[in-house]
Ligand binder design. Structure first.
Ligand SMILES: *Cc1c(COP(=O)(O)O)cnc(C)c1O
Length: 637
């Protein structure tokens, strides 16, 4: 018979496909991280990290960050471009920037900056606070600092402060009205600005971020505005400061065709402007480099039909071809890839704390005297089924019988106990139908509902709204994989429910055999045994976009480094504690100290009235206070 192997697990969860080599399965069925490409012989078993954290009484859920993955992504991107440039005989360098909005966490940016130093890799900011963060990094005088987004005068002054420090700060004009204040402030502060112009591209992209391009895009200047802007800047004596042409047509560009089309349009505009005597030297093609969330290598929204090397080649050769044809020098190439740098490096590890199943905890259904005919009919139907009745007929009849039972209950004809019996028998029958269907060759469309009716919900200690906002907001597929038992066949079809009080707080879109699937195959829970899942590819946007729904707040974080000399292959360099109840309450304007005082007053009053002992009163107040300084998620879960 076909025995389940770890290769089957890898196929089912597509671990190596979306994992891009950073994740795999061990012979012992443990999920592995292989963050350091130079030391693939020392994999890190994620369950080992869990065990170590548990020993230190760390509460879950925990975000695990693999710094070596970040380092590797920065290197891979820069080297992809360097190789493409060398092979194409392209005459200018690549000067990428990391847009910090994708993940602004200091440790993440620290790591990216460090890894980027040999490549003159820069940073991009889209707001004042982001620019302040970016300016605090010493990235050298060659690397670019790019300012995107709408800018007020303070934003522009901060940018000019960066110029004063000798940095290559580029102010990208998103809107015509930003030109006048920029030139005024630059004159006032006596600095030479570096001006970028963002083009509103005609090329339309498809996908969830398609609104970033086309005529109705929020940002950028039309061709007429570009020409007017140039005239205005030249007339003000700043003509030589116009150095960059910029565009961004959307994130997660799944189809390389859109990258090629956009690059071609932009390169043509670039070349024509250079021919008009504009001193442009940089062409910034924005973000959009995708990641393969579902591992399907397709042009679907959660995937990509190209590799990082294909992307670099597409850009380099695309720009070269147009510039050569137009006989203008090749521009320095800039990309603002954020998702592709950060997505893989972090995952959310959570424990499954229970199962919600329609057929859990059934009532005793043995025949009793004076049983109502509706209950008896349901039992008979179940018996018929075991004797080989047609599954479709049994299923249809069961639906009708169950509806009759509910109606009879509503009319007061059927008792509560009898309704419970009907229900328990009904679920047993559905389970039998489902088992039977597995042996059938053809299964009709409505019969497939049986599987979703019987599907389990695995309840997990996490908040979707905090940890996977895009799964909720835009149905982004994120890989979910158990940390252990990958050498055993998973037998339960599940959805994942979180602990918020919101029915939307669930994951019901998973990597499927073809396309996506409503359920994910997971292992049956074993009483007394922990079963952990990880939600992967949360490093881009998910890490920082989370909200305060139900006041769960930020997660505990473990920052993990590879260490080939350590027997486990890793060490946790830093542990950052997540939100406490007191902290999230403060954000909502509460004062935890005053809250505890008030609770104490009320408890004291009860004690004074003789309804509670003094010692018990003190204990209750202490408990309330200790909860204020504890993690917001479920304790010991
Ligand atoms: C969001 C954004 C990016 C990052 O895009 P990714 O697709 O994550 O690489 C880059 N540039 C601009 C202007 C953006 O708004």
């Amino acid at each position: 018979m076909d025995e389940w192997t770890i290769d089957d697990a890898d196929d089912l969860y597509r671990i190596q496909r979306w994992g891009d080599g950073y994740f795999g399965v061990g012979d012992n069925g443990k999920l592995l991280a292989l963050p350091d490409v130079d030391h693939r012989e020392v994999p890190i078993a994620l369950q080992d990290v869990v065990d170590e954290l548990r020993e230190q009484n760390v509460q879950f859920p925990v975000v695990m960050r693999f710094h070596d993955i970040l380092k590797n992504r920065v290197r891979q991107l820069n080297e992809s471009f360097a190789t493409a440039i060398a092979e194409a005989g392209y005459d200018a360098p690549y000067r990428g920037v990391y847009p910090i909005k994708v993940n602004q966490i200091r440790e993440v940016v620290d790591e990216i900056v460090k890894a980027g130093l040999p490549y003159n890799y820069g940073l991009e900011a889209g707001s004042k606070p982001e620019l302040m963060a970016v300016l605090s990094y010493d990235i050298g005088t060659e690397a670019l600092t790019i300012c995107n987004g709408y800018k007020d005068e303070d934003f522009l002054r901060l940018a000019m402060l960066g110029r004063k420090m000798g940095r290559k700060v580029v102010v990208v004009i998103e809107k015509y009205s930003e030109i006048e204040p920029l030139l005024r402030i630059a004159s006032e502060m006596e600095v030479e600005p570096i001006i970028g112009l963002r083009i509103k591209m005609r090329t339309k992209t498809e996908g969830k971020w398609s609104e970033s391009s086309g005529e109705r895009a929020k940002f950028g200047l039309t061709i007429s505005e570009i020409l007017n802007a140039i005239k205005l800047i030249q007339d003000s004596g700043f003509g030589d400061s116009i150095r960059m042409l910029h565009f961004h047509v959307g994130s997660q560009l799944s189809d390389i065709r859109f990258v090629r089309d956009a690059v071609q349009e932009a390169a043509r505009i670039y070349a024509r402007l250079v021919k008009r005597g504009i001193a442009l030297t940089y062409l910034d093609i924005g973000g959009g480099l995708a990641v393969d969330y579902d591992g399907s290598s397709s042009s679907g929204h959660s995937s990509m039909n190209y590799t990082m090397n294909d992307y670099a080649n597409g850009v380099v050769y695309g720009v070269k071809q147009v510039c050569d044809m137009e006989e203008v020098p090749h521009p320095t190439l800039v990309t603002e890839s954020g998702r592709a740098i950060t997505a893989h490096h972090s995952c959310v590890v959570m424990r499954v704390i229970g199962e919600i199943a329609n057929d859990a905890n059934p009532i005793d259904t043995d025949q009793v005297d004076d049983e109502h005919i509706l209950v008896t009919n349901m039992r008979d139907l179940l018996a018929d089924l075991t004797e080989g009745k047609n599954y479709q007929d049994a299923y249809n009849e069961a639906l009708v019988l169950m509806e009759d039972a509910v109606n009879a209950f509503k009319l007061g004809v059927l008792g509560m106990e009898e309704l419970a019996r009907s229900e328990s028998l009904y679920w047993r029958l559905m389970r039998a139908v489902s088992r039977g269907l597995k042996t059938e060759e053809f299964v009709s469309e409505d019969m497939r509902d049986v599987e979703s009716l019987l599907g389990s919900q695995y309840l997990c200690n996490f908040s979707l709204f905090q940890s996977a906002a895009d799964s909720w907001a835009i149905q982004q597929v994120l890989p979910v994989v158990p940390l252990t038992r990958l050498n055993q066949k998973p037998t339960r079809n599940c959805t994942i429910a979180d602990i918020t009080c919101d029915s939307d707080g669930r994951i019901s879109q998973f990597i499927g055999e073809v396309g996506t699937s409503d359920t994910l195959a997971l292992h049956e829970l074993v009483p007394g045994e922990s079963y952990y899942l990880a939600l992967f590819m949360t490093g881009a946007y998910q890490d920082v976009m989370g909200d305060m729904h139900n006041l769960f707040g930020r997660l505990n974080e473990a920052h993990i480094f590879c260490d080939p000399k350590d027997p486990t292959g890793f060490y946790v360099e830093e542990f950052i504690t997540g939100s406490t109840a007191g902290q999230v309450l403060k954000i909502m304007q509460y004062n935890p100290v005053a809250m505890a005082d008030r609770v104490k007053e009320m408890v004291d009053r009860t004690v004074a009235a003789g309804a509670l002992g003094s010692r018990d009163g003190v204990k209750l107040v202490d408990f309330y206070e200790s909860c204020l300084s504890s993690y917001t998620y479920l304790r010991n879960a």
